[in-house]
Design a protein around this ligand. Structure first.
Ligand code: FAD
Length: 396
């Protein structure tokens, strides 16, 4: 009988794992559990908010995985894992058996971290836009209907979170929209951190493209948001309340719900894994990839999740065939668009070190601080190429 692999989540990690398992060994029966018929990516959602792409442009579906790669797609939610019996229970009540399970559910939010912030506030007044689709559309709508002269608040979290550069790319592309349509408006970033990803490059870009429009306040300067008041459209910080016409609150994060319910997380709120196979160190037979996994020096990015999906797929094929999985090399590149023809990037290459996954020094890179316009335009072209390539690689 053929071996069965079940994958929970058809995002960047899960879709890549499904496709590559079928490519590497077509005898394996692969089932992907994903409730969404259409998956809207978080990458390039900031381009939609800034008006540079439409929401339809960042929609992915499972048609090719189903038809060309014969992955069985089940539109349901996994609600319980039984690692001893090797089963997954779905919301519909159905119970599925596996030989190996891959869990790639992305993130969940620490809803109790900011007083007054809840799922219903996120869905109605103060979107986080850290999961794609409806949240992206809501923030774009709010920005478009805002009056000129208003203040936009962007409130990024501390701790580990998905795509560390995303809040700052978002501020950049909101500034791009506001500068054209509502030039008296302002963006204040209230940050629960002392520094952020690609900070110098972002700040230089803001000075060049949107002088005076974006203000960044660190946690020490009163950036940490402790409470929100949805009706009044204000947020509370140590230094007083701040009012916003549009408020983007990004709460602190943890592994996806099913990873918690399945007992795959440790005290950090994320899932410890064997860095060669991405197999859980808590429950054998279950692999955790993508944002939910603790992957050493790797950032929580779509590129990293896709790379881990391929590594887990190769490891599972080797294990089924009685071979020892080889030590992988992993990659992640993260482009951030500051405006049209102006992008910056950070790239990393990773391998196994004594303490888990480490970055290979000198193998990655960062956009130089004094890059000229040609260079910055080229990076923006590469960013668009990156999106097309990874979408095709994962879902196409
Ligand atoms: P996800 O892609 O979130 O996929 C998880 C999937 O699992 C979802 O489709 C969900 O419906 C499903 N799911 C969850 N629970 C269950 C369950 N119980 N049963 C069944 N299905 C379930 N990364 C980059 O590399 N480049 C970028 O430019 C970039 N830009 C970003 C911009 C923004 C604004 C944000 C927020 C993120 C960005 N990222 C970027 C990060 C990227 O989106 C994530 O790192 C990536 O999506 C992680 O993949 P994943 O598979 O772990 O989770």
């Amino acid at each position: 009988v053929s071996k069965r692999v079940i994958i929970i989540g058809g995002g960047f990690g899960g879709a890549a794992a499904a496709k590559y398992l079928r490519k590497l060994d077509p005898s394996i029966a692969v089932t992907l559990i994903e409730p969404k018929a259409v998956y809207y990516t978080c990458p390039f959602s900031n381009w939609v908010i800034g008006g540079l792409r439409r929401i339809e442009d960042i929609a992915q579906t499972y048609t090719v995985l189903r038809n060309r790669y014969q992955v069985t797609i089940i539109g349901d939610v996994a609600v319980a894992l039984d690692p001893l019996r090797s089963t997954v229970r779905l919301k519909s009540g159905k119970v599925l058996n596996y030989d190996r399970l891959i869990v790639s559910p992305g993130i969940d939010f620490k809803w109790d971290a900011i007083e007054g912030y809840s799922q219903s506030v996120a869905e109605s007044r103060m979107p986080h836009v850290f999961q794609g689709g409806a949240q992206t559309v809501l923030l774009r709508k709010q920005l478009v209907s805002m009056k000129d002269g208003g203040t936009v608040l962007v409130c990024p979290p501390g701790g580990q979170f998905r795509c560390p550069a995303a809040p700052y790319e978002r501020a950049s592309l909101m500034a791009y929209y506001l500068k054209q349509h509502k030039p008296k408006s302002k963006i204040i970033i209230l940050d629960d951190k002392e520094k952020f990803s690609k900070q110098e490059l972002f700040m230089q870009g803001w000075d060049r493209r949107y002088p005076g429009m974006i203000e960044w306040r660190s946690a020490a300067a009163g950036g940490k948001v402790s409470a929100v008041h949805a009706a009044a459209m204000t947020v509370s910080t140590e230094f007083g309340d701040e009012k916003g016409a549009v408020i983007n609150v990004i709460p602190p994060q943890k592994a996806g719900k099913i990873a918690f319910d399945g007992g795959l997380t440790d005290a950090s709120g994320w899932c410890p894994v064997n860095p060669v196979t991405f197999e859980s160190t808590i429950h054998p037979g279950i692999h955790v990839i993508g944002d939910s996994a603790l992957a050493g020096a790797m950032p929580k990015s779509g590129f990293a999740a896709s790379s881990q999906g391929k590594v887990a797929a190769a490891a599972i094929v080797n294990l089924f065939q009685g071979r020892v999985p080889s030590s992988p090399t992993l990659v992640s590149t993260c482009y951030s668009l500051i405006g049209p023809a102006y992008a910056i990037s950070v790239a990393g290459v990773y391998r196994l070190g004594v303490d888990g996954i480490v970055e290979i020094k000198g193998a990655g890179g960062l956009t130089p601080l004094d890059a000229d316009n040609d260079h910055l335009k080229e990076e923006a072209d590469y960013a668009a190429g990156w999106y097309d390539n990874i979408s095709r690689d994962n879902w196409g």
